[in-house]
Design a protein. Structure first.
Length: 452
C-alpha cells in the first residue's frame, strides 16, 4: 500500500529551499564586512537547523492553520536573528552592521513567508483538484463527535481525507460497517490509512487490539475524545478547525526532522570511527583472521532492516567457513575460531557495521538486526515484535547494554529484548543514545557474560 506519495519529500525540499536562501542572500547584504562566507555560512546553516528543531518550524500538517504557520515563522525569525547577532562579538575582525543584519533578515523571512504561503495554498488546491495524496479514513463509533468529524472530512476536502464509513453497534441512517474483525478486513481491502476511534464505544481490550493491528499494518490509529479525561504520555492532540483529535504517537523518530538529525549524528560519528579506528584496525584484523583460517576477512549476512528491507550486514569473520549462516552463535560454538572468540568477546567483530551506518542501512544506536529466521519464528508470536522495524537497526542498543544480547535460549529471552527495543523506540532522545554508546564502551572493557 503506497501512502503519502509526495508528502515525505515536502519537508526535505522545504529545508533545502530555506538553506539555499540563507546562503544565497549572504553576499548581497554582507559584502564588504570582512566576513568569511564559508565559516559564516556553516554557522548559519547549523543555527537554522538547531532553531528549527526546537521551534518545530517544519512540523506543518494538512490541518495546520495559517495562523499557526505564521506563529512558527515568528518564533524562528526571532531566535535566528538573535543568533546571527551573536556571531559578531566572537569575530573581532568582522565589521558589525545592524543595517545589513536587518535588511538580510527582512528579505530572508519575507521570501520564506511568500514561498510557504504559496506552497501551503497550492498543496491544498492540488489535493482538491487531483484527489492525489488523499488518505482513506474510517470512524469507529457513532457519537456526536464522530458525526462532527465526518462532516469536517466531507466539507473540507483541502484536508485531504476520503471518508469510507462508520463501524458501530448503534443504529443510524449512515453506513454501518460491522465489528472489530470486519474493521480489520475492511481496512486491508480498502487501503485504509487512518482509523478514528470514538472512545465511548470501545473497550480497552478492543482499543489495544486495534492499536496492535495498526502497528502491524502501518495504519494510524487516532482517538476521538469524549467526556472522559484522558491524559496519556503517548497521546497528542490536533485540531481540525475547532474539532480535537487525539493521535497515538509512535515515536519521536517518525518526525522527519529528528530522523535527519539522527542521520547526521550517525554519519559524523561513523566517519570518525572509520577514519580513526577502522583505518588501521582493518588491516590488522585481516592479517590475524587470514593467519588462522581461510576465507574472506568480512562476513556478510542478509538481515531485515527498517520496514523489513533487506540489507547486507558486515562483520569481521569470527567463524570457520560454514553453511549454517542462519544459526546464531551459541556458547562454546565449534564454528568460532580462536581469534573469533576474542573479537566476539570484545565486540570488535561488529565494528565493520559502521560502514553500514555510512551507507544508511543502520544507525549507531537502535534495535539490533535479527536473523530472518528469527523474524519468521517470533514475528507473529511476540507482541510488538514488528515495531522494532519502524526504525533502522543499530550497532548497539538498549537491549544490548541491559544484558539482553547473544543467544536466544528461551522465548522469554526474546520477549525481554523486544521490551527494551520498544521502550527505546517510544522514548528516544539524543541523551539516551549517548548513554547507550558510553555504556557499550564500558561493557566492552568490563566484559559481558553473553558475548560469545
Amino acid at each position: 500500500m503506497q501512502k503519502g506519495r509526495y508528502s515525505k519529500y515536502i519537508r526535505p525540499i522545504s529545508i533545502l529551499i530555506d538553506l539555499f536562501l540563507i546562503l544565497g542572500l549572504l553576499p548581497l547584504f554582507f559584502k564588504g564586512l570582512d566576513i568569511n562566507f564559508n565559516i559564516f555560512g556553516v554557522y548559519l546553516t547549523f543555527t537554522w537547523i538547531v532553531v528549527s528543531f526546537f521551534s518545530a518550524f517544519y512540523n506543518v500538517y494538512r490541518f495546520t492553520t495559517p495562523v499557526e504557520i505564521l506563529t512558527k515563522i515568528a518564533k524562528q525569525s526571532v531566535f535566528f536573528v538573535l543568533l546571527i547577532i551573536a556571531f559578531f562579538p566572537f569575530n573581532k575582525d568582522v565589521i558589525f552592521s545592524g543595517k545589513a543584519i536587518a535588511l538580510y533578515s527582512v528579505s530572508l523571512f519575507s521570501i520564506i513567508i511568500v514561498i510557504k504561503s504559496l506552497l501551503f495554498y497550492y498543496l491544498k488546491k492540488y489535493r482538491i483538484v487531483t484527489g492525489n495524496n488523499f488518505r482513506n479514513a474510517i470512524i469507529i463509533g457513532y457519537s456526536e463527535e464522530a458525526i462532527d468529524l465526518k462532516r469536517i472530512f466531507e466539507e473540507r476536502p483541502d484536508y485531504g481525507y476520503r471518508f469510507k464509513g462508520y463501524f458501530s453497534d448503534k443504529k443510524s441512517n449512515e453506513n454501518i460497517l460491522g465489528k472489530v474483525d470486519a474493521i480489520k478486513s475492511f481496512s486491508l481491502e480498502n487501503n485504509i490509512d487512518e482509523i478514528y476511534c470514538s472512545l465511548n464505544e470501545l473497550s480497552n481490550e478492543k482499543l489495544k487490539d486495534l492499536v496492535e493491528f495498526g502497528d502491524e499494518n502501518n495504519i494510524s490509529v487516532k482517538f476521538i475524545p469524549d467526556s472522559k479525561d484522558i491524559f496519556l504520555k503517548n497521546l497528542k492532540i490536533d485540531y481540525y478547525e475547532l474539532f480535537p483529535v487525539l493521535s497515538l504517537q509512535k515515536t519521536a523518530l517518525h518526525d522527519p526532522l529528528i530522523k535527519n538529525f539522527k542521520r547526521i549524528f550517525d554519519f559524523i560519528f561513523s566517519l570518525l570511527v572509520v577514519v580513526l579506528v577502522l583505518s588501521w584496525l582493518t588491516p590488522l584484523m585481516a592479517l590475524l583472521i587470514k593467519i588462522e583460517s581461510r576465507g574472506p576477512v568480512f562476513f556478510k549476512q542478509s538481515r531485515p532492516g527498517i520496514d523489513e528491507q533487506e540489507f547486507l550486514c558486515y562483520k569481521f569473520r569470527s567463524m570457520k567457513l560454514n553453511i549454517t549462516t542462519e544459526k546464531e552463535a551459541s556458547r562454546n560454538d565449534p564454528r568460532v575460531t580462536r581469534i573469533g572468540r576474542f573479537i566476539r568477546k570484545t565486540s570488535i567483530d561488529e565494528l565493520p557495521q559502521f560502514f553500514n551506518v555510512l551507507l544508511g542501512d543502520m544507525s549507531v544506536v537502535g534495535p539490533r538486526p535479527h536473523l530472518w529466521s528469527q523474524n519468521k519464528t517470533y514475528g507473529n508470536k511476540i507482541k510488538k515484535y514488528m515495531v522494532r522495524h519502524y526504525v533502522k537497526p543499530g550497532i548497539t542498543g538498549l537491549a544490548q547494554v541491559k544484558g539482553c544480547r547473544g543467544e536466544i535460549e528461551t522465548e522469554i529471552d526474546m520477549v525481554n529484548r523486544i521490551k527494551y527495543d520498544v521502550y527505546y523506540i517510544e522514548n528516544w532522545s539524543l541523551l539516551m543514545d549517548l548513554k547507550i554508546i558510553i555504556q557499550t564502551v564500558v561493557n566492552i572493557f568490563k566484559g559481558e557474560e553473553k558475548a560469545y
